[in-house]
Design a protein around this ligand. Sequence first.
Ligand code: ZN
Length: 569
Amino acid sequence: MKERSNMKYSEYPYERINLDEARQNMSSWLTRFNSAESSGEQIAVLKEVDESSREYSSYQAIASLNFNKNINDDEAKAEKEYYDNIGPEYMKIHNELDKAVNTSQFKEELAAEWGETFLKQIEMDLKTFDPDIVEMLKEETELRNRYTQKIGGAQIEFKGEAYNLAGLGPFHKDKSREVRKESYQARFKWFEENGEFFDELYDKLVKLRHKIATTLGFENFVELGYMRMSRSDYGSKEVANFRKQIVDHVVPVVKKLNQQRKEILGLDHLYFYDGINFREGDPTPKGTPDELVERAQKMYHELSKETGEFFDIMVNEDLMDLVNRDGKMAGGFCTAFPKYERPYIFSNFNGTDHDITVLTHEAGHAFQCYSSRKQPLSSYLWPTMESAEIHSMSMEFFTWPWMKEFFKEETDRFKYKHISGSLSFLPYGACVDHFQHWVFENPDATPKERKEKWLELESIYLPDRDYDDIAYAKSGGLWQGQLHIYQMPFYYIDYTLAQTCAFQFWMKNEEDSDQAWEDYYRLCQAGGSLPFTGLVELAGLELPFNDGCLEKVVGKVTNWLESIDVSAL
Ligand code: ZN
């Protein structure tokens, strides 16, 4: 691989990939591939294809990122739409090559070169795509974009000012109960006013995805959804068993934690909007965004040589857009430009402890991607999502020794909140996953039935939840704010699987930090060269699906929580 210059993000060359050219290139690659007389010739062709894929995904990532940076920029919107439009056609072009690889007489040699994962990915790509579904894929992208536009464009009146959803966030965590409640009322009023939009949009997405699945020969969208997530090593049965472990072992602990929180807050009853941990409010980072980044840079230098080098690059090459502003898409994510061997971090700092979690969580994703940059195939730069979240969630724990640099006298509070919050998240994550299984197993359910199902599942996974008189949430509409449900079906259990692994890294790090880091770095470098179960094994962790794994992890976490004198926090 050629060495890249240290360009800043704004200096990256960008262009529109021309589809006709892409078709012509593919046709000559195909001819060469099919007439190859040795595995070496086929490997050479696939390497060239991979180079061009790196180029395509880099330009597409730039187009998408620029739009996220400013959703009101028409030029950026046009570039994103261009890539959205050609995406399915581009898949169609590559579909021909996938077929050729899948029937290659040199399959064994290809597997010897790149491992089985490469071939498994192609098998799944072939099952999830057919030229017949191109138009439906375009429609799906268009519907998903409608969701993003709506959420990104939200203007919510609150206390005489207009906020977007991210901007309203800090009020949900205010120390004043009234402010918390009113801000949630404002949020849900907006969702209620747009309720028909969100109901109809989801209904269309569900029916469309069902149709795509049946066109491809699946019974419903569930199995297809798993394959789209590139899960080759487990299915919905394993996931259902994992959710059951959450109900058995985590829900009772969360009930106790809620009881403890009620006492800390001095309240008679906990409502949904009482999602803070301390009377004075949740811990906040001390310092301006620039100061926080400076401290993060120092932290990553002290954590390891590799993270120091990585974070210097992120800073020096302008590979982070961190602070919330008008017109910026909500949320946080990490993307990457394989052609330039660089990741990018996008977030919306808003003065809450979440700002620091972004600097550790998204930096975990980015560090993994950077560490995998020498993987031979661009499809190996990222692992599947449940594995990718191990990197990010574990990085949140590896940086614990430096949290005092950010939270000062509130450090212990942050740690308590971090651990108890991570544990309390598991039932919500399982609830979102269970809901989606039901939705796609019952594609003809009405919007009202979906909301009722959501409430039924909440009573299993989140039995303490009480929305008070916030009507829209009470009627089962909360999930409409969870973008994964619209955008990336079945991407959510990933966080709970990864959290179970991240807790294991946390435990390991407490016992032997050198060994823990060595295991973690090995995992980061492996990228997506193995499926989830293979990566978990490579990292020396126990597989979350195994009976007893979650129980053991929860036991250790509970011990730690019980050792904390909350009255002294
Ligand atoms: Zn993540």
